[in-house]
Ligand binder design. Sequence first.
Ligand code: GLY
Length: 426
Amino acid sequence: MDVLVVGGGGREHALVWALTHSASVEKVYCAPGNAGIADIAECWDIKPGAIHALAHAADEHAVDLVVVGPEAPLASGIAEVLDSLSVPCFGPSRAAAIIEGSKAFAKSFMQRHGIPTGSFEAFTEVGAALDMVHDSPWGYPLVIKADGLAAGKGVVICPDAEAAVAAINAAMVDNRFGAAGDTVVVEQFIRGTEVTIMALSDGERVLPLLPSQDHKQALDGDEGPNTGGMGAYAPAHSVIDAKFVQRVTEQILEPTIQGLAAEDRRFAGVLYAGLMLTEDGPVVLEYNCRFGDPEAQAIIPLLDEDFGELLAGIAEGAAPTRPLRWLDKHCACVILAAEGYPGKYRRGHTITGLEPLRDRDDVIVFHAGTGNEHGSLVTTGGRVLGVTGTGSSLDGALATAYDAIAQIEFPGMHFRRDIGRRAEVV
Ligand code: GLY
């Protein structure tokens, strides 16, 4: 097979890496990719949002499978455009991607299908939203979400009414997220332990991936602003064991896939459930319609499958009828970020120290925001690299990742030093 991966972050590097290790895959293309992806795949200078250009390029190159990394092209309908050209797509249709594309849809969907989630109200009128947060039935903190896609920046946890008013005004009056903020969801804050469970589905069968934990805040100890994710590890079995994953599969993942099918929104791809484990059981905080990032960088290297064959089977409605096979190992991924991230950051800093890591089979450096400038590897994004260490234990995987990081340098580089430590406190 020849496969096109859409996207250019660490998640897409992990997807490309696994595809290049698949016996079923001959050639991998990536659009737009990054400097690390360009080492192992042919990159095309087409942005993920240009869904018609991507589909036509895939068709012209007789690509056998398109694997879509980010949510935006899915929410714009890339699967339908590919389908019209008879190119198989790993990733849901626009109708199913709404599970991530509209927070108000996702919450009412869960309500309709008896899937556990926190109480909420959705507002299209700013006045009504402000009235509600002045007299919150759930007290504080309160969660305010822009309804649409907001590049991971649309969720605010508000400690008091003043913060809630500011979050609502930012979305609905100042239009900080454009049309994505025309509707706002106000949600009860749920306490507990956060965990990510993703599952592959062909629209019927549901194959859970290993559980993982992301670390969303920028600084150690879960301090500082929210980011796209500063590190992840898998399997998170000290937080959620295999029996509990089965419970989540039966109570959350399968009803989600079945509910979408019943509403004529067949979902073929990877369903991401961001869960809070509470005293009353697991509760869904959010759905995504794609692999989590950085979770993908910690989970995909543990799959003991021909990745190309697996994703092609999902795209064609023929998921395996057996559970997925996994290596008996652990992975920890630590994100190296640019100075200032998740706020404003500078690009163009030279990255050094990667060369000696190339030969190590216990470390994979996934590139996210990197490019080549005048023959040097330079930073081009906020999340720059994801360093994944593998080991026979979580501690071993973490030690390997941090040991590798000690060799890497770029001006302003920052990272969390406590990735994986939440596994111990639960
Ligand atoms: N790591 C969180 C996300 O991918 O949305």
